[in-house]
Structure formats: C-alpha cells, structure tokens
Design a protein around this ligand. Structure first.
Ligand code: SF4
Length: 364
C-alpha cells in the first residue's frame, strides 16, 4: 500500500495495523516518508518533518536507503525520495489517501497537495481507499472554493496549492487511468462527542491548516513531539481530549498562556482560548453526572482545588496577601528542597528573604 498524506490514518495508527496484517504501508508524502524512515511521528500537521535539518535527513537517507551516499543537497535528496517512490506507485495494490473536503451533493473527494504524490496514490494503484473524519463533509460543491482558499493561504501562504484533486468515482468505461475501486472510510473517533455540545462543536470547524501551531509560543518552543499526541499545538489541545478521553489528556489544555494568538490566526474563527478554558473546567471540576466528555473530572483533586481556593482568597484581600508574604519571607527556610517533578530539572522554589514592599519602603 502506498499512502498519501493522511493525519486521520496517523490518528488510528493505520500503518501499525496494516503491518500487523501483513500489508506493507509506505508513506509517499516527502515529509511523512522522512519521519517513517526515522521511525518517528509527524511533528506538524502540514510539515511532518519540520523538526529535522537537511543534514539529519541526508544522514538518514545514507543510512536507510539502499545504494545512497551522503548528500545534503536538497534537490538531490528530493530526487532520491522521488526515485524510491515512483517505483512503489507502480507496484502498489492499494493507494490510501486522506481527504481535505468531501462533498455530500456530488460524492466528490477533494485533495489538496503540492507534491503530486496524492494524485499518484489515487490513480496508479487499482484500489483507492480514502479515509477522513466525519467533520470534513460539506453539503454542496459551492462550499469548496472559500474553504480551499482559506486552507492554502493559511497553511502555506499560497493562493492555490500546486495540485487540487477532485475524485468522484472509480475509473469509468473508456477512461485511461484511475482505480477500478474507490472506498471511503468515515471516522468518528470522538468527533460526535464534540458535536453533541454546542460550544465544543466549534472544534470540528478545523480545516487542518496548521496556522495556530505556527503562531503558538508554546508549540514553537517545545515542538510537536512534546505533546505526545497525533495532533500537536492548539488544535491538538482542543481535539485530542475528544479522541483520547480526558483521563489521558487532562493537562493538555493547561499548556497554554492563553495569549490568544491561535484564535486570532485561525481562518475559520475557532475560539481556541475559550475552548481551552472549557476543557480545563471539564478536566478539573469534580466529576458529576451526565458529563459532556469522556473522562470529565479526570484531573480533579480536592487538595488542589482547596489550595487554589485559598490562593484566590489571599489574592483578593490586601491584608491577607501582606500577611502571607510576610510569613513566606520569614519562614522561607521551611520550603522543602525536593518539590516533586519541579525539582527534577529546576532549583527549588523559595520565597525571597525580603518582600518587594519592604525593599521599596527601605529605599524611601
Ligand atoms: S484550529 Fe484553526 S488555525 Fe488551527 S489548524 Fe484548525 S483551522 Fe487551522
């Protein structure tokens, strides 16, 4: 099987399942091919190998592709990948692709791409299997142009991608190319949970352009792999809890400064900061009956809730705040030197010996 780019297939780890069933699955998108060779996951939804330098890719090709010498010339590296993949397109029994938009009115599957591998996957092998999340279905063909325009401009800054494929059926009698079978797999995987809630439903507006990731101060510093989920960055933080449950993702929504950059650049106006606040609430309020999400209350602890309530009370009252800082500065020596995960990589937290207000008073 040769695969075009499909984050949904990453989401369900299709490659592993295919290989367990004895079906070799080769990624044909250049970025995906690189991360597959390296045995890694994509670190960005549009640019899967953005975390690698050209020298690292050169070393990887020299080590893993038969008969290839080290070169860090980018054109030569692309050519190496292309030579490997061309042959595979001809040999494959199945081409698998993702779908950017599926049109209910005409049954058309739309694929946006820049490399041409999507077109090869969906025309050269005798069977084409397309896989997509249920949110990618639009009602009419006339809904496609504005969405396509938003996607390419926000994803790569292009007015239009190099290729835009519209597939509406298998090969018809008299046609020269195209697969003899086309199958469409529609995946839910937690999406209907999001759909059922009026606020959380906005998550499903996402067209997977990646703009929120590119502008996120957290993502741009820690990179995609640090999230440990298929979708990293702001979109990952709001969609992964539906796919994996809040038990596995309760802290994801807290990895945000709520600066709002993601919500501002999102071309389909998903209020990401608002959704992050909602997910924090879902994860950290006490479990209750009839929850909107699987794993509601997974991060709840009465101790933590009490500590925050106490903190809020102290911060609301100037006299309590003054007393707390006075006690903190006098008894800072009582702070433990081991403070859980914090001190595994950092020095222990300790209140300053003198309060700011005391220093200012002394200066006067
Ligand atoms: S949430 Fe918005 S900005 Fe982020 S990938 Fe989806 S559409 Fe793009």
């Amino acid at each position: 099987m040769v695969k075009g780019k499909s984050m949904v297939s990453e989401e369900i780890e299709l490659n592993h399942a295919a290989e367990a069933a004895g079906i070799g699955a080769l990624e044909s998108d250049m970025g995906e091919y690189i991360v597959q060779l390296a045995g890694e996951k994509p670190s960005h939804i549009i640019m899967p190998a953005i975390h690698k330098t050209k020298e690292e890719i050169a070393r990887l090709f020299a080590d893993k592709v038969e008969g290839v010498d080290y070169t860090d010339n980018v054109d030569a590296l692309i050519q190496i990948g292309r030579n490997v993949l061309r042959q595979k397109f001809l040999e494959a029994d199945i081409g698998l692709s993702g779908v950017n938009f599926a049109v209910a009115e005409t049954g058309t599957l739309c694929l946006v791409e820049n490399e041409g591998n999507g077109r090869m996957c969906t025309t050269a092998p005798p069977v084409h299997i397309a896989i997509t999340g249920i949110e990618k279905i639009v009602e009419k063909l006339e809904h496609i142009p504005p969405l396509l325009s938003l996607l390419t401009r926000s994803a790569t800054g292009q007015n239009i991608s190099t290729y835009f494929n519209m597939i509406s059926s298998p090969r018809k009698a008299g046609e020269k190319d195209g697969p003899s079978e086309v199958h469409l797999v529609l995946l839910d995987n937690g999406r209907s949970q999001a759909y059922a809630d009026e606020q959380l439903r906005k998550t499903l507006q996402c067209i997977r352009c990646g703009a929120c990731m590119n502008h996120c101060p957290v993502y741009t510093r820690i990179g995609g792999h640090a999230y440990g989920t298929t979708y990293p960055g702001p979109i990952g933080k709001i969609i992964s809890p539906h796919m994996l449950g809040l038990e596995a993702t309760s802290t994801m929504a807290t990895a945000s400064s709520l600066c709002g950059a993601c919500g501002e650049v999102c071309p389909v106006k998903i209020p990401i900061p608002e959704l992050l606040m909602r997910l924090r609430e879902e994860a950290f309020t006490a479990p209750h009956a009839d929850p909107a999400m699987v794993g509601q209350g997974a991060g709840y602890s009465w101790l933590m809730t009490s500590v925050w309530k106490g903190w809020a009370a102290v911060y609301r009252s100037p006299s309590l705040y003054g007393l707390a800082t006075w006690l903190g500065s006098r008894f800072s020596w009582l702070m433990p030197s081991k403070q859980g995960a914090w001190t595994s990589v950092r020095v222990p937290l300790k209140p300053a010996g003198k309060r700011l207000r005391d220093m200012l008073r002394e200066r006067e």
